[in-house]
Design a protein around this ligand. Structure first.
Ligand SMILES: Nc1ncnc2c1ncn2[C@@H]1O[C@H](COP(=O)(O)OS(=O)(=O)O)[C@@H](OP(=O)(O)O)[C@H]1O
Length: 628
């Protein structure tokens, strides 16, 4: 209730009181006439009670009233007269109050205050004597704290509204960009593809795309991630969760958080491409060979990082270079980069792997005899490279001797040392053989720490035209080509088994299959939990089961399902199903192996049985490879 209303109602109440009191007073008066001797005390008190709250009498000093009453007590007639006066005063007071109330009503009624949403009592007369036209507007905040809270809530709501609108606009713009990029990529891949996946002619990786496309590819994969795994990436539509700031993670090149370290010819490429189906995975296009090639390693981590694809925050970058597994210096170098990196090792039945290796080497050796390999010799390495590589060679040589003692055998030492020596001498310019020639020879026979793969070897790269990420090819000399041709002319049986019937343990495709020797070095540097052994034979037969294990190991959601694969009868392998079409791995994956004498196969399996047992012990799992 406003003060004016209160006053008005109190006036009305007083009027009632006055009326009641007046009646009462009349009764008292009659009583006094009948009993004049009665004291005036009670009357006095009564009057005091009656007039005290009156506004008019608030202005009169109390003394004055008492004097008045003392005069009344002088005589009954005097009292009667005084009482009459009092009645008059009371009436006058009532009249004043009525005037004041009508003034208040006039002030509030005459001005259209409702349109200002102000209470009518906000208009007050200027003073008690003012005419009803003299009104003032009384403005103020009756509840300041409430007003502050109300204002704050209003401001916050306004801010949130604009915030949501802004985020929504940014989200839409970025989504449109991603869609444009995806469309562009599809057009490019469909224009560049040859024959589709059914014939297996299409390469499933996009390495043929120009460099500037690759961030876009990352964006496409990440866009899929945005759509597919909102919870994992903490991405939600701003309209749904306005309180969550929407992060549009910027892409950047990141050092790999996981590595496929080998083993070559066990399905490393298939594994990487299958993992790439997962929206949380980004892959380096080609084999970078950062840790196993001194000339790359000395370029530093920044060089390595620049070889990585663009990735969104939350994605895992993976690189694969199968020769990492067999290169002695690599585990330590990898740990120096990231001690908590996750390592994927894919293995296959060792004899099949060796035959696959031989098949590829023979194919490369045949290619190395082509005129392409007889081009100009590569420029010799810079002094810095030479010095670095020479030091590394010393380290490798020391380890090669260790390896010889633990299974490589004298033949292996001879072959490796001879190769290394030629490389070493080439570095120091003490031989007519160029460093490049040694490297080609190394690749051709499967040396070079396991180099010479479909994607990593010099000669192979010339032929296949692998991505720009790999090191520039180094054409070999006529001598290297001749050596390669000689190898190409020999059968697997001739190379794997000596004429006396014993196993040629120095034959590189066989030594690479001695998994436990190489794994031992890795487990000296990394804890077992950081390494996952993938069964390459099972990956061929049932990719999804192996991929599930890897997803768990990498700590990512199970996303890759059977719907991502179809079996290609022509190729004899599973091919991959993308939004943009079906693709098989290129023809260098899944080559037809030459026929190998079953007696030789059996002999080799017996040879490997013991080594396999040692490998099972190291990994804590029996892979069940045949022993004869
Ligand atoms: N889906 C699918 N498609 C084609 N090929 C597949 C697939 N899955 C695994 N593989 C096997 O991968 C073998 C090649 O292994 P790598 O990629 O590690 O070879 S390399 O070391 O990189 O050169 C390759 O070996 P070969 O059969 O001897 O050619 C294949 O057996």
């Amino acid at each position: 209730m406003t003060a004016a209303k209160r006053r008005a109602s109190s006036g009305a109440t007083n009027n009632n009181n006055n009326n009641n009191d007046t009646d009462e007073y009349r009764e008292q008066q009659q009583h006094l006439l009948q009993h004049p001797q009665q004291q005036y005390h009670s009357t006095q008190q009564r009057y005091h009670f009656q007039y005290q709250p009156e506004q008019q009498h608030q202005q009169q000093p109390q003394q004055q009233q008492q004097q008045q009453f003392s005069h009344q007590s002088a005589s009954h007639s005097a009292y009667h007269q005084e009482n009459h006066q009092s009645n008059q005063q009371q009436q006058q007071h009532q009249q004043e109050q009525r005037q004041q109330t009508s003034l208040l009503r006039d002030c509030s009624v005459k001005l259209p205050l409702d349109i200002l949403w102000l209470p009518k009592s906000a208009m007050r007369p200027v003073g008690p004597d003012a005419s009803h036209t003299d009104c003032i507007l009384v403005v103020g905040v009756s509840r300041p704290k409430l007003a502050v809270v109300f204002l704050t809530v209003m401001l916050i709501s306004l801010f949130l509204t604009f915030h949501v609108l802004y985020d929504s606009a940014v989200y839409n713009i970025q989504a449109a960009q991603v869609l444009t990029e995806r469309h562009r990529l599809r057009l490019l891949s469909s224009a560049g593809g040859s024959g589709g996946g059914s014939a297996g002619a299409n390469n499933i990786n996009n390495n043929h795309l120009p460099e500037f496309i690759k961030p876009a590819a990352a964006a496409v994969a990440a866009a899929a991630a945005l759509a597919a795994v909102p919870s994992s990436n903490q991405i939600s539509h701003p309209m749904v969760f306005p309180s969550n700031r929407v992060h549009f993670p910027k892409t950047s090149r990141r050092l790999p958080q996981a590595l496929i370290i080998g083993v070559r010819k066990c399905g490393t490429r298939a594994l990487l491409e299958m993992l790439y189906l997962h929206p949380r995975i980004q892959k380096a296009g080609g084999e970078v060979h950062f840790f196993d090639r001194d000339e790359n390693y000395m370029k530093g981590l920044e060089w390595y990082r620049k070889k990585m694809p663009h990735s969104f925050r939350g994605q895992i970058t993976i690189e694969k270079s199968p020769s990492y597994f067999v290169s002695p210096e690599v585990p330590e170098r990898v740990r120096a980069m990231n001690a908590s990196i996750k390592l994927l090792l894919i293995v296959r039945e060792p004899v099949t792997r060796a035959i696959s290796d031989y098949t590829q080497l023979r194919s490369h050796a045949a290619t190395a005899t082509l005129p392409l390999a007889d081009g100009p010799a590569a420029a010799p390495p810079s002094p810095a490279t030479a010095k670095y590589s020479a030091n590394s060679y010393q380290r490798r040589r020391g380890r090669a001797i260790d390896a010889a003692g633990s299974g490589y055998g004298p033949g292996a030492s001879y072959t490796n040392q001879q190769l290394r020596a030629s490389q070493h001498m080439a570095l120091y310019g003490k031989t007519s053989k160029s460093y490049a020639a040694a490297q080609v020879y190394d690749n051709a026979i499967g040396g070079g720490g396991g180099g010479g793969g479909d994607e990593g070897g010099g000669a192979a790269r010339i032929r296949i035209g692998e991505s720009a990420h790999t090191t520039a090819p180094t054409p070999g000399s006529a001598a290297a080509a001749a050596a390669a041709a000689q190898i190409a002319s020999k059968s697997f049986e001739e190379l794997a088994i000596f004429p006396n019937g014993t196993v040629n343990e120095s034959y590189r495709p066989l030594t690479i299959s001695l998994y436990h020797l190489h794994l031992h070095r890795w487990l000296e540097v990394f804890p077992r939990e950081q390494l996952l052994v993938v069964n390459g034979d099972r990956l061929i037969e049932d990719p999804v089961s192996q991929l599930k294990r890897i997803e768990t190991f990498l700590g990512i959601e199970h996303r890759v399902t059977n719907s991502h694969f179809y079996f290609n009868e022509t190729k004899g392998f599973y091919c991959l199903r993308y939004d943009s079409g079906d693709r098989c791995l290129r023809e260098t994956k899944g080559r037809k192996h030459p026929h190998v004498d079953p007696v030789v196969v059996s002999k080799l399996r017996k040879f490997f049985a013991e080594h396999n047992q040692r490998f099972y012990e190291l990994v804590g799992e029996d892979l069940g490879w045949p022993e004869e």
